[in-house]
Ligand binder design. Structure first.
Ligand code: DLL
Length: 430
């Protein structure tokens, strides 16, 4: 089933023509309405009329999150203030937030792309979506909310946290779909186990949409097994609408990126050079149909690759691999590059391991991995704990080439955040 079959299955040649037309229009509007871009485009000598093929996008300058911060609050706004209908922000790790503006048409387009995503996974009117993302300046909950209402789903704007209340809502209103961060979905699965709830018997859940933070295939499987549902990966970023940029279809084999709205490139993060389909690098996105705040070649910092093969669902928009991490998430430990996702993969694949973990770096490159045991996972036999601990240490060492100190802790012992999970605490002395 499709939300917009013509758009979702548009032939590649027609899609490319549409992209080129929209790219020219976007560049023209940037030059006309945004002084920051006017200057940049003038310096590089590129204008809408000089873009002959899609590859010419490479002649445009990159935009970075530092540019967004430097132009805070409204230096990148391309329309009159009176036509802005929504502000979102994205905080990131340091300094001023990024301000993101949306016109009425932008919100409608974002909702429409979200609707494509939902219908693509089999959501239908009659479904009840419990939206466990944070409502507010964060795009996560609201953009999903608008898309779900467009499809005709009943939405419960639950927000995150308060698992008792989530369960009550879920039972009383027979929620069939949930939208959550993967860390909250995992945490909630642990909460249900503790409460003795059998999702199959006691709940009506069918699917979960998880995103907003990196997570591994092992985490997906763990949530699917614990809740007995299908879990779909949802990718997006505030700078590009929030959720609904790329989403898995029923095949669950990569996320279709809506190429009629975003022009994608994969580059080598170190050199900025383009990489071919199938090769992993940094995702760079250009908005193709945004009114309030068009962005040219935005460096997402997210590491992924394009899956070039056509998808069996019939959609022609290319798929992205699961995000492997952010280029700025990489840890360097004793000279070795380590991504937190590598650690998560090992932990979540290991029986006996629970739903939360924390990586702490101390002293001179000391790594401590604290991990919760599964609910009911400790049978009182200390030797079983010792075995699990040494098994995890060995598997981690094989994966990341650094030997961490593994600490097993009881279920629920580690801090849990309602927003995006904080997986790494770096207390190293520099
Ligand atoms: O997290 C938008 C969103 C909300 C996406 C809900 C999906 C679901 P930001 O707060 O701006 O926006 O954070 C964007 O989060 O650049 C990635 O690093 C990360 N991220 C988002 N989705 C995924 C995902 C929202 N599925 C940043 N896998 C992005 C891995 C993700 N990382």
């Amino acid at each position: 089933m499709f939300w917009d079959q013509a758009a979702e299955t548009r032939e590649r040649a027609a899609l490319a023509a549409l992209q080129l037309g929209r790219l020219r229009e976007t560049v023209g509007r940037c030059a006309e309405c945004v002084p920051f871009y006017r200057q940049q485009l003038a310096e590089t000598g590129v204008g809408a009329e000089t873009l002959r093929t899609l590859d010419d996008v490479r002649r445009l300058p990159f935009t970075t999150s530092a540019d967004l911060r430097a132009n805070y609050p409204d230096g990148l706004l391309a329309i009159d203030r009176r036509r802005v209908s929504r502000l979102h922000t994205s905080s990131g790790t340091t300094g001023k937030p990024k301000a993101l503006f949306f016109s009425k048409a932008d919100i409608d387009t974002a909702a429409d792309l979200m609707a494509r995503c939902l219908v693509m996974t089999g959501a239908r009117p009659g479904d009840v979506l419990q939206n466990m993302m944070t409502y507010g300046l964060f795009t996560g909950a609201l953009m999903m909310h608008y898309g779900a209402e467009k499809v005709g789903l009943m939405v419960i704007p639950a927000g995150p946290g308060n698992s008792e209340r989530q369960l009550l809502l879920m039972q009383d209103f027979r929620s069939t779909l949930i939208h959550a961060t993967p860390s909250y979905a995992l945490y909630f699965a642990g909460f249900l186990a503790k409460r003795g709830i059998d999702p199959h018997r006691d709940l009506a859940l069918r699917k979960a949409y998880v995103g907003a933070e990196p997570h591994t295939e092992e985490t997906r499987r763990k949530i699917e097994a614990a809740l007995g549902i299908d879990v779909y990966n949802s990718y997006g970023l505030s700078e590009m609408n929030g959720p609904g940029v790329a989403f898995e279809c029923e095949a669950k084999a990569g996320m279709h990126l809506w190429e009629d709205n975003f022009l994608l490139e994969i580059i080598d993060p170190a050199t900025g050079k383009p990489l071919p389909d199938g090769e992993r690098g940094e995702l760079v996105l250009t908005t193709l149909a945004r009114e309030a705040m068009p962005l040219l070649r935005y460096r997402t910092r997210d590491i992924t690759a394009v899956i070039p093969e056509p998808c069996r669902c019939g959609r022609t928009h290319r798929r992205l691999e699961r995000i492997a991490g952010r280029s700025d998430d990489m840890l360097i430990i004793r000279g070795v590059n380590v991504y937190p996702q590598q650690i998560e993969r090992v932990l979540m694949a290991c029986p006996g391991v629970g739903h939360n973990y924390l990586i702490t770096l101390e002293g001179l490159d000391e790594m401590i991995v604290q991990v919760e045991l599964a609910e009911g996972g400790f049978d009182g036999q200390v030797e079983h704990l010792v075995r699990l601990q040494s098994q995890l240490t060995e598997r981690l060492r094989a994966e990341i080439l650094v030997k961490p100190k593994v600490e097993l802790v009881p279920p629920g012992a580690l801090p849990f955040s309602e927003g995006k999970a904080k997986r790494v605490v770096d207390r190293r002395v520099l």
